[in-house]
Design a protein around this ligand. Structure first.
Ligand SMILES: C[S@@+](CC[C@H](N)C(=O)[O-])C[C@H]1O[C@@H](n2cnc3c(N)ncnc32)[C@H](O)[C@@H]1O
Length: 273
């Protein structure tokens, strides 16, 4: 048996173990949303007390549901643009490229901070095709100027925007829109209430991470770039696959969906540029 990977990550980098664990737990269920067996295999190879994340039941399946919707949107983009570039930013240990298996005509880039990418390259096998991992902060300029600007580009970033400062998040959107001829941005956001209540999220609190940027009005981001258009803004409480939650989770989602202050705490956004 291989040695298990010791974890030295902290802060935002450590939180990707919580989302990995959510997908792993989901994959063990008979009605799994994502069937991400690779996530469970990765968990088995990591020496970490995953109970610390407090991810279980509804939270685990909720993580898988969010990932599933971003998979669906990415797949739709690739269906319409078979020769595209995918920027999977803040990829953590997410096996989106393996799940979608996009084929050789797609250029796929998985990017995260250097310590996360180092762990990723030891734990996950690389998918076939035009695939590359990049170790960088999304806020630095070099990595983006090295991506050829020749194709429609979809940037998927899950569990990232809230960790960025507002000006860095907005600059990221602008830099991507300016660099590529056309494309889409697919990402999740917290509302400002979610940012205020961040200490209630165990995975964030226990990792010592801090959330900064909340988005209350998805259309307000349209002014960041000429032609940037919000196509979808799905509340977390309105996503497909919520029927897979345990009964208690379904009931609390239904209750939250009727409380205006709470129902916008989390959203999945899709923009066209
Ligand atoms: C909640 S995890 C999400 C990981 C992955 N998307 C998932 O769903 O499993 C947050 C991720 O954001 C990454 N991250 C935070 N700030 C970043 C930055 N400035 N540049 C690149 N990655 C960043 C962290 O390293 C971590 O992998």
């Amino acid at each position: 048996m291989q040695d298990r990977e010791k974890i030295t990550l902290t802060g935002a980098q450590e939180t990707m173990l919580a989302t990995l664990y959510g997908r792993a737990l989901d994959s063990r269920l008979p009605g799994s949303v994502l069937n991400d067996r690779a996530a469970d295999e990765a968990v088995a190879r990591i020496d970490y007390d995953f109970r610390k994340t407090r991810v279980q039941g509804t939270t685990a399946i909720g993580i898988a549901i969010r990932a599933k919707q971003l998979d669906i949107w990415t797949q739709q983009f690739l269906g319409a643009n078979p020769s595209a570039t995918v920027l999977h930013l803040a990829c953590g240990l997410d096996t989106r490229a393996q799940r979608l298996a996009p084929g050789k005509s797609v250029r796929w880039i998985d990017l995260d901070m250097p310590d996360v990418i180092a762990l990723r390259s030891r734990l996950l096998s690389e998918p076939e095709g035009d695939y590359r991992m990049v170790a960088a902060s999304v806020t630095s300029d070099e990595w983006l100027s090295e991506v050829p600007a020749d194709r429609p580009t979809v940037a998927v970033f899950e569990g990232l925007a809230m960790y960025l400062h507002e000006q860095d998040g907005k600059r990221l959107i602008q830099r991507i829109c300016q660099r590529f001829p056309s494309g889409q941005l697919l990402f999740d956001v917290y509302g400002s209430l979610g940012i205020k209540l961040q200490k209630l999220v165990p995975a964030v609190r226990n990792a010592g991470a801090t959330l900064h940027w909340g988005v209350d009005d998805p259309r307000s981001l349209e002014s960041l770039h000429d032609g940037l258009t919000c196509l979808d803004a799905l509340r977390s409480v309105d996503l497909p696959y919520l029927d897979r939650l345990p009964r208690s989770g379904r009931i609390s989602m239904r209750m939250v969906s009727h409380i205006p202050a709470l129902r916008d705490a989390g959203r999945l956004l899709r923009y066209l540029f």
